[in-house]
Design a protein around this ligand. Structure first.
Ligand code: FE2
Length: 230
């Protein structure tokens, strides 16, 4: 939806984000033309720190090959000041179900052996969310991954998939789902939106982070959904 896409881009750029995390399903069927359109959109986001992971739709029709060409890698880690972001490909070609897999657990554990604010990004859900009916929306190894992230002191998990913005708090970890930014695939009464997350570092005598999360809609309306100390 070009009009909404342009409006969202202007809005995102007005916020001068330090980091942009995109949790997949850039395309419908993983086709070259779809990828080219998505890349043009992402290139217009004015932020030098972008973490992008593929979704189940992006891996259809061997689309993960285009993803690798355009974004270099399907899983990535980055340190941005005091924030570490680890993004993992949870998709499997031609399957809608997500998984991380035991072969990646050591990598995740080691990547989070750092101080600071820790973010894990993936496409699929770690915890089921409302209004998804009988849809299979959680990783097949969600329990093991949740335990690993909790033990690793992860502060924030970002996911996508069902286009339903939602927030769960589990122990000291927030799990935040994204809606859709500019596709027509909104669910129920929700409009296109993105999550704007503001993180304030702890005071010197305190190890807790102040987190504020807003849903931002296409006309720039902001709805605060989280104001938490983690
Ligand atoms: Fe998806």
């Amino acid at each position: 939806m070009p009009e909404i896409a342009n409006s969202m881009l202007e809005n995102i750029n007005r916020n001068f984000p330090d980091i942009v995390v995109i949790t997949g399903d850039l395309t419908e069927n993983g086709l070259a033309a779809e990828y080219n359109g998505a890349k043009k959109f992402i290139d217009r986001i004015e932020c030098k720190n972008k973490v992008i992971v593929p979704g189940n739709h992006d891996s259809r029709n061997a689309g993960y090959l285009f993803f690798e060409d355009l974004f270099k890698t399907r899983s990535t880690s980055g340190h941005f000041g005091e924030v570490t972001v680890l993004g993992l490909d949870s998709s499997q070609p031609e399957l809608d179900e997500g998984h991380i897999g035991r072969e990646n657990y050591n990598w995740i554990e080691n990547a989070f052996l750092v101080n600071g604010f820790k973010v894990f990004a993936l496409h699929h859900h770690l915890i089921s969310i409302p209004r998804t009916g009988r849809g299979n929306n959680v990783l097949v190894d969600a329990g093991d991954v949740l335990e690993l992230l909790d033990r690793s002191g992860v502060n924030l998990v970002l996911c996508g998939h069902w286009h339903i913005p939602w927030v769960w708090r589990l122990n000291d970890m927030l799990v935040i789902s994204a809606g859709t930014v500019c596709s027509s695939k909104v669910r129920g009464k929700m409009s296109q939106c993105y999550n704007l997350i503001e993180i304030d570092a702890p005071e010197s005598d305190c190890k807790r982070w102040h987190l504020q999360v807003y849903r931002v809609f296409s006309r720039g309306e902001k709805e605060k959904v989280v104001d938490s100390i983690l």
